[in-house]
Design a protein around this ligand. Structure first.
Ligand SMILES: [Zn+2]
Length: 71
């Protein structure tokens, strides 16, 4: 039987994140949509077109914004 209950296995939270991925089959380059400077970026490695996609990525925690918890 498959146990559907959540397991505390993944310590790093992940979420489906918008990305751009290279269309070249020989290139695995991709970038986060947040990091793309152009509306339709080209691959920084091979200058091929990039297509929108989604990838399950670790949530980026902005470490420059720190909370000081008391107690
Ligand atoms: Zn590429």
């Amino acid at each position: 039987m498959y146990n559907s209950r959540k397991k505390p296995l993944e310590e790093t939270p992940v979420e489906m994140t918008a990305i751009w991925s290279c269309t070249s089959e020989t290139c695995n380059c991709w970038m986060r949509d947040n990091f793309a400077l152009d509306a339709e970026p080209t691959c920084p490695q091979c200058q091929s077109e990039m297509v929108r996609g989604e990838k399950s990525l670790a949530v980026i925690v902005n470490s420059s914004f720190t909370h000081n918890k008391e107690g």
